[in-house]
Each structure stands twice: as structure tokens, then as C-alpha cells.
Design a protein around this ligand. Structure first.
Ligand SMILES: NC(=O)c1ccc[n+]([C@@H]2O[C@H](COP(=O)([O-])OP(=O)(O)OC[C@H]3O[C@@H](n4cnc5c(N)ncnc54)[C@H](OP(=O)(O)O)[C@@H]3O)[C@@H](O)[C@H]2O)c1
Length: 292
């Protein structure tokens, strides 16, 4: 059997922000990548970057890409019925699953821990609809993997950031807020560190393995925003309480949970280290890339 890491022919179900980054990394490593999008414009952009773009509603194309892949990464979020990727890929896969299947989940499955540490074996306790759906879809994938003998890994991610999607953009656009919730703390991760974690796992597959991929420095969001404003020489954005009406529902969901997520298992088992251990290195890297 050819090892998945040596020929990274990757199929990504969900060629969005993270999915595109993973696909481009497979190509950078000398492999091939295919990624799905329901949107023809997104498919065109993926094609222009050398990624084979697939409409997930085209079962023939999806089945062929799956049969050719050494690894498949699922980034599409759950919908009302469960995981769209499990339905679509399950319908076309037959026995042709690749050697590595990665499911991208969220640290929302842990719920609020009052600022305490959580590990992969901690009980799941997600009070939000989003978190509960995630936990259910994780179980669906684990069950399916067990039934079909798949080498499935699950990656639980905190909020992630990277070029074009960070507090830097919100500060420049004037949309950043210093959201105050005393004692609140959480992790984040740079998109490149997620991608390096995924590829580290492809080199060391472990059926049923669950990994938190997070930075090393849980911190409160207002500290990150204040640091970035000072670094950019911009005024501190207005302070708002997390319950204020101008804080969007999606944003408020972030502030429901306070927890410190351990990445020790990924370090120990995958030999992975975040290149950007805190927001400071990660944001500096974004600015350095902009400066060319
Ligand atoms: N962003 C964060 O901070 C964060 C934190 C923790 C976990 N996550 C999770 O990480 C994953 C990747 O996040 P992202 O920011 O890269 O997301 P994204 O840019 O929105 O990309 C999601 C991808 O999933 C596809 N997709 C969504 N619903 C689908 C459906 N019903 N059927 C087929 N394809 C579907 C989208 O394809 P189309 O082009 O067809 O729409 C898109 O390519 C998501 O599951 C997200 O919930 C994100």
C-alpha cells in the first residue's frame, strides 16, 4: 500500500477557507488535490489555482475523485440532517474509501468549562445547537468508520484565523469591538497550523483518533484585539459588553464558552507543534506576508 503521506492525492469535501488551504498544501507537497463546491464561481477559482474542482451534486465526479484519493478531508459543517459529506460520499464510495479520512469538528463540542482545561477524553457537554449537532455528527462518523473499517481521525478546532480572516481585517474595516466578558478565555489557531496538523496525521494515521488542534496560549478576545490595535497603530475599538445588542448572535456564541483546550495529544502522537504558538506570532506572520 502506498502511504497516504507519500502521495498526497487529497480530496476535500468543502473547498472553503480551510479546505482550500489544505488542498493547496497537498499541491505544494508535490501531490494532487480535488475539492468540492456547490458554487460555480468558487469552482472556477479553485481550478485556476490548480485544484480539481468538483460539484458535490455530481455523483460520478465525486465517486471518481474519491476512488483516486489517498486521503479525504471533510470540512463541510453539519446541516439539519447530519453531515452532508457522510451522505454524499457514503452514496458513491462503495468499498473505495481512501487510507485516511479526516473529519473537521469544533471545540464547541466541549461546551463551557468555566475557564478550566479540556482534553479529547473530557465528556462532551455542548448546550448550543451548533455544538450538539457537531457531537452527533462526530458519533455518526465514528460509527460509520467502525462499520466500514475506515481510518477516521477527528480534529476539534477552536476559532481559526489567517490571511484575510483575522482581527487585523476587522480592525482595518472598523468592525472590531473590544467585547468584555470578565474571566472569559479561549484558544484560537492559525490556519497554517491546522493544515500542518492534518498532514502530520496523514503520516501517522490512527483509526478513531481525536485531536485538539489549538494554539498554546488560551487568552481572552479583548486582549487579542487590544494587542492587534496597538501593533497596527490603530485606536482601540469601542468596548461593548458581550450581552449588548450590537454583538451578533454568531459572535455571542463564541463568548458562551470559557475554556482552555489542551493540544498535548496532537503534540505527543503526531509530533506536531504549532508554528504560531500564540496570536502574537500568528498575526505577525500575516503582517509579514502582506509586507512581502
Ligand atoms: N471558522 C472557524 O473559526 C471554525 C472554528 C471551528 C470549526 N470550524 C469548522 O471548520 C470547518 C471549515 O471551516 P471554514 O471556515 O473553512 O468554512 P467555510 O469557508 O465556510 O467552508 C465550508 C465548506 O463546506 C462546504 N459546505 C457547507 N455546507 C455544505 C453542504 N450542505 N453540502 C456540501 N458542501 C457544503 C462549503 O461549500 P460551498 O462552496 O458549496 O458552500 C465550503 O466549501 C467547518 O465545518 C466549520 O464549522 C470553523
Amino acid at each position: 500500500m502506498t502511504h497516504p503521506a507519500s502521495v498526497p492525492a487529497l480530496l476535500v469535501f468543502g473547498g472553503g477557507y480551510l479546505g482550500r488551504a489544505a488542498a493547496l498544501e497537498a499541491i505544494r507537497r508535490g501531490g494532487r488535490a480535488a475539492a468540492t463546491s456547490r458554487d460555480a464561481d468558487v469552482r472556477r477559482r479553485l481550478q485556476d489555482e490548480g485544484v480539481e474542482a468538483i460539484d458535490p451534486a455530481d455523483p460520478a465526479a465525486l465517486g471518481r475523485a474519491l476512488a483516486e484519493a489517498r486521503a479525504v478531508l471533510i470540512t463541510a459543517p453539519p446541516d439539519d440532517l447530519g453531515c452532508p459529506a457522510l451522505r454524499s460520499l457514503g452514496a458513491v464510495a462503495g468499498a473505495a474509501w481512501p487510507d485516511w479520512v479526516g473529519y473537521v469538528s469544533s471545540t464547541a463540542v466541549y461546551g463551557d468549562r468555566g475557564g478550566g482545561w479540556v482534553f479529547e477524553d473530557s465528556p462532551l457537554n455542548a448546550p448550543t445547537l451548533e455544538g450538539a449537532r457537531r457531537a452527533r455528527v462526530e458519533r455518526d462518523w465514528l460509527d460509520a468508520a467502525q462499520g466500514m473499517g475506515l481510518t477516521l481521525q477527528i480534529f476539534r478546532l477552536p476559532g481559526f484565523y489567517g490571511p484575510g480572516r483575522s482581527v487585523i481585517d476587522r480592525l482595518r474595516a472598523g468592525t472590531a469591538r473590544l467585547v468584555r466578558k470578565p474571566g472569559q478565555v479561549f484558544n484560537r489557531i492559525h490556519v497554517d497550523d491546522i493544515v500542518s496538523g492534518l498532514f502530520a496525521s496523514m503520516a501517522r494515521p490512527r483509526p478513531g483518533g481525536i485531536y485538539n488542534l489549538t494554539d498554546d496560549e488560551p487568552s481572552s478576545a479583548d486582549v487579542v484585539t487590544a494587542w492587534a490595535a496597538e501593533r497596527l497603530g490603530l485606536p482601540r475599538p469601542p468596548e461593548v459588553d458581550w450581552t449588548a445588542p450590537e454583538v451578533s448572535e454568531a459572535m455571542r456564541r463564541f463568548y458562551l464558552d470559557s475554556k482552555r483546550v489542551s493540544n498535548a495529544r496532537a503534540k505527543a502522537e503526531l509530533g506536531w507543534r504549532p508554528r504560531y504558538p500564540s496570536y502574537r506570532e500568528g498575526l505577525e506572520a500575516i503582517l509579514a506576508a502582506e509586507a512581502g
